[in-house]
Design a protein around this ligand. Sequence first.
Ligand code: DGL
Length: 268
Amino acid sequence: MDDRPIGVFDSGIGGLTVLRELNRELPGEGTIYLGDTARVPYGIRSPETVTRYAIENTAFLVSKGIKMLVVACNTASAVSLDGIKERFKIPVLGVISPGARAAVKATRNKRVGVIGTEATIKSSAYTKDIRSLDPDIDVRGIPCPLFVPIVEEGLFDDEIARLVARRYLKGFDDSGIDTLVLGCTHYPLLKGVISEVVGPGIVLIDSAIETAREAKRLIQTLGIGANPGAGPLRKYYVTDSPERFKRVGEGFLGREIDDIEKVCVGGF
Ligand code: DGL
């Protein structure tokens, strides 16, 4: 048994979709969430810069005494996971391999689509993971950068979201995919619009849900579950002012964000 919290970081607000699933799957586990709101977005930055940010974020969370790290950000998971694992001794879980595994399980015709930030798609991280599990699967990746601001503006069910989705997802028209990985923290909130545009024949893979399930398995395998007790820790840190994070984040999380603090994560 291990009562220390699980650390979760993201470039900002989006990772709250992963935290929500994690808290749902593991309600007795304490969590500390770090949103790097001062340096968001990560999805347009180089792998070197994202890795530097990811290592600073991890060092901060490790200094808070976490037992395990979940990298909720797809971009950071895509380009920095190895760099984090090399430097820190705690168990580390990213969102790419759980999503990739679920896609491999779901596809019937071995044609999978992936959508994400520019950096995630450019890294081919999902493609590599999927093809390492089944080299016969064809993967097509399309970056959908405008989805991030659309979600943060709360336009989940809006004509703008539909227009942009139609424009981006047109790229899959001739692909014959039967499975689509939502490879960005924000995209689960656009599930309704995306499935309306691609049609009911395409299975949507939510990396946030898959990652939470994988975290549960990992905790059981390592025997590091928390003792049952009332009111596990729900702590939030941000690197810029908390107001916007709280306002937009409560929509992402579906509940109130109380214990929130602004911090500086550089210099670890
Ligand atoms: N959290 C990022 C991701 O999942 C999206 C936002 C950003 O570009 O930082 O890739």
